[in-house]
Design a protein around this ligand. Structure first.
Ligand SMILES: [Zn+2]
Length: 225
């Protein structure tokens, strides 16, 4: 393995339920002004939050919780019928100020380390491409991360996650809502779910409205899984 993470130890984890192998990979941004602040928060027992890894903008990688343990990164969430996402997932945080503090692109060095780490994890646990998700995909009413500046497309080109291309030129969905749910998303507040879907798969068209392009994009993704 090419990556050598700096080993830290966050207290914010517990055991996964017995015999569980992770089958979801969740990508986050830290949403804080500095790397130090983010590290402090992820390491402080008061915060009750953590992730398995944190990758800085410079591409340094920090291991905070052992993969076999249940890190506390997802919170109230839903994906493909599962609500205890922490038990079933690996969580990776990316240093980025986020939408509240000057959201900015994810630098190349950070993305290449992330790609390498994701490939390793996906191969180790055989995680399916449709289960490579952002925090907003699993918690659309609460979360925006990693957001529309995150380059899911380049990640997919390297074998990490799905990318809907070419987009099928037909709306083949009986029910858009049901299909979104079948694909994995919660349908509690449809507008936030559509927004989350667009942040991930149509980052140039984040409107919260299910227009024809959004429907075709979902139909394309459904044809890939
Ligand atoms: Zn998050």
């Amino acid at each position: 393995m090419g990556l050598t993470p700096a080993e830290f130890s966050s207290p914010n984890f517990n055991d996964r339920p017995k015999d569980i192998v992770p089958n979801i990979l969740v990508i986050h941004y830290t949403g804080m002004q500095s790397l130090d602040q983010a590290l402090q928060r992820l390491m402080s027992s008061n915060s009750q939050v953590s992730a398995h890894y944190l990758i800085s903008r410079k591409g340094e990688i920090f291991k905070l919780v052992s993969e076999e343990k249940r890190a506390w990164h997802a919170g109230v969430s839903y994906w493909r019928g599962e609500t205890d996402i922490n038990s079933y997932s690996i969580g990776i945080e990316l240093e980025n100020p986020g939408h509240d503090f000057g959201y900015s692109k994810f630098p190349k060095g950070q993305m290449s380390v992330l790609t390498e780490l994701c490939v390793e994890i996906i191969n180790k646990y055989s995680i399916s491409p449709e289960n490579i998700v952002g925090h907003s995909d699993i918690a659309p009413r609460r979360k925006k991360d990693p957001g529309e500046l995150f380059d899911w497309k380049s990640l997919a080109k390297k074998g990490v996650g799905l990318w809907p291309e070419p987009i099928l030129n037909k709306i083949a969905l009986e029910s858009f809502e049901k299909s979104l749910n079948d694909f994995g998303y919660e349908i509690v507040d449809l507008r936030s779910t559509i927004t989350a879907f667009q942040r991930h798969y149509l980052p140039d068209k984040v409107s919260g409205i299910s227009d024809a392009t959004t429907q075709k994009t979902l139909a394309t993704l459904m044809s890939l899984v």
